[in-house]
Design a protein around this ligand. Structure first.
Ligand code: GLN
Length: 190
């Protein structure tokens, strides 16, 4: 059985645990460095990226997370989780760090004040039929490196990307009952 974790510092941890459980894996909450050992994959939830980074530092998780990601651990970041995975960030809080691994530049809170939360149907490469996507003060992707595949766009910007075993969405597949993005991630675990 695949050993899949959800970074459980802040954000919609419960929703991701429920989605993974519905797909038949027994996910674990990850809060301590040793819980990263022999993990086959990690979900980085939506929430607040600045808070998650602060808590990751407080829990001595920052370097272990960076090392595992640099070492090729599969990861799935949604919204704030996408920001955590990004190598570069625009409009971050002053000095805001990320974990990195994904060769993209994200713009935080990119969709602006008027439409900072909205829902839309998206075509996502690798998923059959439209995906109902919920965006909540979401980032978008502004630059992608050569190894990054764009899976979906909204407002002319990538909002779902994949680089090898790293998957990231600006929106929240953990909200609602559509498990197809989580399935796509589990398929990356091999
Ligand atoms: N705006 C949040 C951030 O910067 C992300 C929002 C979300 O995850 N829904 O972390």
């Amino acid at each position: 059985m695949q050993k899949v974790g959800v970074l459980a510092l802040q954000g919609d941890v419960r929703e991701h645990l429920a989605a993974l459980t519905a797909l038949g894996v027994s996910p674990m909450r990850v809060r301590r460095p040793e819980e990263l050992d022999d993990l086959d994959g990690l979900v980085l939830p939506g929430g607040e990226s600045t808070t998650m980074i602060k808590l990751a530092r407080a829990f001595d998780l920052l370097d272990p997370l960076r090392e595992r990601l640099a070492g090729g651990m599969p990861a799935f970041g949604t919204c704030a989780g996408m920001i955590l995975l990004a190598d570069r960030i625009r409009d971050g809080a002053p000095g805001q760090e990320t974990l990195g691994g994904l060769d993209v530049t994200v713009r935080r809170n990119a969709f602006g004040r008027q439409v900072d939360s909205f829902e839309t149907d998206l075509d996502v490469s690798g998923v059959e039929g439209p995906v109902h996507a919920v965006f909540i003060r979401a980032p978008w992707v502004e630059e992608v490196g050569d190894r990054v595949e764009v899976l979906a766009e909204a407002a002319d910007h990538p909002v779902a990307v994949r680089q090898g075993p790293l998957l990231a969405t600006s929106f929240h597949p953990e909200v609602g009952h559509d498990l197809r993005l989580h399935r796509l991630f589990l398929d990356l675990l091999g």
